[in-house]
Design a protein around this ligand. Structure first.
Ligand SMILES: [Zn+2]
Length: 376
């Protein structure tokens, strides 16, 4: 094969990919619109559309109203051409979603099932996955894979948990899950997955820090729409930023970590594990709960201000606590961070999260959607 031939094939693939990406998440378009928008010739567009249609990746969506002359065919990408599964594995629960290419959640499920490093547990995870899929009646071939999000540091190749005390073990690997799952699968760090889900629907280029306030604290650094994992895959481990020198002992062994002061259990422990109830109490003026909230928020403000100073971008408050915080609680946090800020008088860079639940599972599934879109 000579060089020229290779480049022609590559060019063809690039054109096809450009057309699909143009159609992705857009309203139906005509071939003329696509040719015009992408500065391609009409025959090039028509040929690629034909190929994408043969692959089932785009479909007809009726006719456009004519403004005189022939009516044009409307074309739309096929969100249901493929699906991906995302799992959110935590110490006590397994959560999961099945999404289509358009990141629409087709089904979701969550069960109480404490993590155990045993074959029985991993079989249960596989059963859980199969239960979700079987309810949907989709062909198995259309499932791209299972992205498994875990509260752990995950190796660059996504095959190992290199630090996972939150699951009650030092290390773990994908193989344990994989042997019972009949699909390709990878591991994801939970907070990085959630951050990835948060930016997926953004049209413009985004720099964003996602702070995940779950039963442990984590985060995700997104620069120019790309998750920054760092040199050792520990980028965004904000839970272990020191916010109180020589403070309370963290599960990691260090003292004064943000995790100790800002994990969701600090709040939910005051309401029998029910975080929603905690927010109900503070909104109804319960003195006891307001006192806990005030202390929590003050610690959170220290951490958030540190992140603003380091990254100078929007800070999205996510995780269980972020999902419960309404406009009033965000306003309170903005006030506190503004007081600490050297350069700014308001805290409008603090944003609520768009996913109220399932961000971690969705982010896991999006790994495969992203891969697939890049492969077209
Ligand atoms: Zn720590």
């Amino acid at each position: 094969m000579n060089d020229r031939k290779v480049s022609t094939i590559e060019l063809k693939k690039m054109n096809r990919s450009k057309i699909f990406r143009y159609l992705y998440k857009r309203e139906p378009q005509s071939k003329q619109d696509i040719a015009y928008a992408l500065r391609m010739s009409f025959p090039t567009v028509a040929q690629n559309i034909k190929e994408l249609q043969e692959q089932g990746l785009i479909v007809d969506a009726g006719m456009f109203e004519s403004t005189g002359g022939r009516k044009a065919q409307a074309i739309v990408y096929n969100a249901e051409a493929r699906y991906a599964v995302g799992l959110d594995v935590t110490r006590n629960h397994i959560g999961g979603v099945v999404i289509d290419l358009g990141c629409n959640i087709k089904t979701n499920l969550r069960i109480k099932c404490p993590f155990e490093n045993t074959p029985v547990y991993f079989k249960k995870v596989a059963e859980f996955t199969n239960d979700m899929i079987s309810g949907l009646q989709i062909e198995k071939e259309k499932i791209l894979g299972v992205g498994i999000s875990v509260p752990a540091i995950v190796s660059e190749d996504r095959s190992e948990m290199t630090y996972s005390p939150l699951l009650g073990m030092r290390k773990g690997n994908l193989e344990s899950f994989k042997q019972y799952l009949d699909f390709p699968c990878v591991l994801n760090n939970d907070a990085n997955a959630a951050g990835f889900a948060e930016i997926w629907n953004k049209k413009e280029s985004v720099d964003m820090v996602y702070l995940s306030l779950n039963n442990s604290v984590g985060g995700c650094i997104i620069l120019n729409n790309t998750v920054n994992f760092g040199k050792n895959q520990r980028g965004g481990e904000f839970g272990h930023i020191t916010i109180v020198p020589n403070g309370k002992t963290c599960y990691c062994g260090q003292r004064g970590c943000m995790d100790v002061y800002c994990n969701a259990k600090i709040l939910s422990n005051a309401t029998n594990g029910n975080l929603e109830r905690f927010f109900y109490e503070i909104r109804n003026g319960s003195e006891r709960h307001l006192k806990i909230w005030k202390t929590y928020l003050n610690h959170l403000a220290v951490g958030v201000n540190d992140l603003r100073m380091a990254f100078d971008c929007d800070i999205v408050i996510g995780g269980y606590v972020g999902a419960q915080m309404g406009a009033e609680e965000i306003r309170q946090l903005r006030g506190l961070v503004a007081e600490r800020n050297t350069f700014e008088f308001d805290g409008s860079y603090v944003k609520g999260c768009s996913y109220k639940s399932e961000a971690t599972a969705v982010g896991g599934a999006l790994y495969y959607v992203d891969q697939f879109l890049n492969s077209i």
